[in-house]
Design a protein around this ligand. Structure first.
Ligand code: NAD
Length: 486
């Protein structure tokens, strides 16, 4: 199967922070892939902006090295690389220096009518100053877009301040808040799965679903991001954005149409329907040291830190569809496996016709984001053979890479950047969604602060602290094992 490529209009993409880690690892390789696929037309410009003292020629070399490192497995002839290099420009600029903007604005004005996207791949305290400088330089037209990504604030108040600052320069329809989880194939497939398959929607509710588990587990620690991470923690770094978005797409009502605001309205309703989480329904953890790496405290450089590198919690959505169905969320560092999935467990049939001696588990539907994006439906069937009736759980496994004849799955950033250029906000978060999610997570942190409890220590390579297991066991349920399995 060949994926269809529809070229976008020629554009200017300005990457503030064009020499940074995110630009090197994700944005530039993503753009290169789209160029190689024929989606980026000639005449488009990718303008790196950073403080580095570099010429455009040096930047092209810099990007070439980044591509060797992060797009090295992509078969691309020399001409493709050369063609991509022709799109690249570079401007040395300290964005805090108002006088230094002239070179950039002159370059932009050469192509004043192009679709223009400003990608702010810089630390968040530069978001508002850059927006203001762009306005002052008169390079914000209605066809311009601005792209930002997490952290979008660190609580409700700072998120509101950021949204207000951006709103003085950009209309909401011009603001693209990236959550790269939304760019994953499986996440979009979640909507197709739910709303294009008539057999699922009738059972997608509290009558038929027992509970939902959402897991984003990492094997790596906080590494050299220690300082940043320690001021954030798993709740702010992962739950407020990535896990929240997965929860919304799993739980939302069918939107009226597949249009950005219809979908975002439905996601917002889910967040607003979330009950405050009870203190005893959250578990915080910090990883210990092992023979390979130091502990969370070693990495954070603060032996007294109580910031969580793991969190598990039980969320309730108070609406007709989900009343009484717990959504268990967990995410953490240095866990047993690198795994992101949504697991929907259905209720047992209302009446069993099988002898009590015949045991079988509940149906579950697993939506895997990584590794190996795909969907698995667990079905109960009769174990083949003679000698009595035995039932077994058989996974009906649909790995996208194998099921779709090896069609290449685009990286999230490739899709998202092309959506920015096309002006499609469907996979981006709206300001009010982000604020509502902060409001909910802020209350959890406020409870922690008031209660003053401690994060529980857990061993690396495990599923997290014991209390996280207990969170489900006391409801008579258990987490899915943290293993890369169908
Ligand atoms: P980085 O420190 O590697 O790069 C920062 C870039 O900003 C550099 O190009 C630097 O020259 C430029 N810069 C800094 N101050 C500047 C100034 N005053 N004027 C002009 N340019 C300036 O950071 P990063 O890891 O690339 O992260 C960038 C942003 O993306 C951050 O907000 C980060 O939280 C976010 N983010 C990063 C990742 C990632 O994987 N690295 C993932 C998600 C979000």
């Amino acid at each position: 199967m060949v994926s269809r490529v529809i070229p976008v209009e020629p554009f200017d993409l300005i990457i503030f922070g064009g020499t940074g880690d995110l630009a090197r690892r994700k944005i530039l390789p993503g753009l290169f892939q789209r160029f190689r696929a024929g989606q980026i037309p000639a005449g488009s410009r990718i303008i790196g902006v950073a403080r580095n003292d570099m010429t455009a020629a040096q930047y092209r070399k810099f990007v070439n090295t980044a591509l060797d490192e992060f797009a090295g497995n992509v078969p691309a002839g020399k001409e493709v690389r050369a063609g991509f290099k022709q799109c690249l420009e570079f401007v040395t600029l300290d964005v805090a220096d108002a006088k230094a903007w002239r070179k950039l604005t002159t370059l932009l004005n050469k192509n004043a009518n192009a679709i223009r996207a400003y990608y702010l791949s810089v630390k968040p305290d530069l978001f508002a100053p850059i927006a203001q400088q762009l306005a002052a330089a008169k390079v914000v037209q209605p066809t311009c877009r601005i792209v930002i990504e997490k952290p979008l604030g660190r609580d409700l108040a700072s998120a509101q301040a950021l949204n207000s600052a951006l709103a003085t320069v950009f209309d909401e329809t011009q603001i693209y808040r990236i959550d790269h989880y939304l760019g994953k194939e499986t996440v979009q497939n979640l909507m197709v799965l739910r709303f294009a398959n008539a057999l699922l929607e009738p059972v997608w509710n509290a009558r038929h679903i027992d509970h939902v588990q959402i897991t984003v587990a990492e094997t790596v620690g906080i590494g050299d991001r220690g300082g940043y991470y320690d001021r954030s923690g798993a709740l702010r770094d992962m739950v407020q954005n990535h896990l929240m978005q997965l929860l919304c797409l799993t739980a939302m009502e069918p939107p009226v149409r597949l249009e950005a605001d219809f979908i975002r309205d439905e996601k917002l309703k889910v967040i607003r329907a979330l009950d405050p989480v009870a203190l005893n329904e959250t578990v915080r953890g910090q990883y210990r040291a092992d023979s390979v790496e130091g502990s969370y405290h070693d990495h954070a450089g603060d032996a007294a830190s109580n910031t969580e590198s793991f969190i598990a919690l039980k969320a309730h959505i108070s609406n007709w569809r989900w009343s009484g169905v717990p959504f268990y969320l967990r995410t953490g560092k240095r866990l047993r496996a690198r795994l992101s999935e949504i697991a929907v467990t259905f209720k047992d049939p209302p009446h069993s016709i099988f002898p009590k001696t015949v045991s079988y588990g509940a149906n579950s539907l697993i939506i895997r984001l990584q590794p190996d994006e795909g969907i698995t439906q667990h079905m109960i069937i009769k174990e083949p053979g003679l000698g009595g009736l035995r039932l077994v759980d058989v996974p009906l496994d649909m790995s996208f890479a194998t099921s779709l004849n090896g069609v290449e799955i685009a990286e999230a950033y490739e899709r998202l950047i092309m959506d920015v250029i096309r002006g499609d906000q469907t996979l981006f978060m709206r300001g009010d969604e982000v604020e509502a999610a902060w409001d909910w997570t802020d209350r959890i942190r406020a409870q922690w602060r008031e209660a003053g409890g401690k994060s529980q220590l857990y061993d690396p390579g495990t599923s997290g602290p014991d209390d996280a297991l207990a969170l489900m066991h006391r409801d008579g349920r258990s987490w899915r094992p943290l293993e890369s399995q169908p």
